[in-house]
Design a protein around this ligand. Sequence first.
Ligand SMILES: [Fe+2]
Ligand SMILES: [Fe+2]
Length: 190
Amino acid sequence: MKTVDEIIEILKSRISEKRLYHSKCVMNSCIELARIYGEDEEKLALVGIAHDNAREMTDDELVNYCNVNNIEIDEDEKTNPVLLHAKVGANIAKVEFGFPENMANAIKYHTVGNVPMDRISEILFISDSISEDRKYDGVDKLRELAKKDIDKTILEIIDSTIELIKSRNKTISENTLKLRKYYSDKINNK
Ligand SMILES: [Fe+2]
Ligand SMILES: [Fe+2]
């Protein structure tokens, strides 16, 4: 498996300096949460730095990559191909960076989540929203919550996504609603 430094070198030719900075911030948040929740810091550093490796491919490139590599494109991804950077990035992490399945899956689920997600996936999902480069109302509160309760943090992130979609008068996808139900059930059954 490639090291963080080796992946950074590869990323320099694939994503902008700004996105590389974002990736480093996500990596740092992943490491911090790994420490708090007793996960492997090295694995989380790697998924954090690598998660957006395909984020600057064009829609055509993403769709083409999926066709060539037999990666299925769902309805949401058909309307919004940029979502594919998660699946494509996961495949690149597996093939080029030598990531095992569970680490590649964290990248696969980082944008819209999945039912179920393991701890690595959950930490990456959260870190992408609360990394140091993110600036929006409530981000500090979310950063504090992330240190105490992973499930509640994910629910908060899903709810703000839903609010955003509603404010744009777009339809909320089935997957997002399923994810919301999964985490609210999990919290209520504690
Ligand atoms: Fe992303
Ligand atoms: Fe990201």
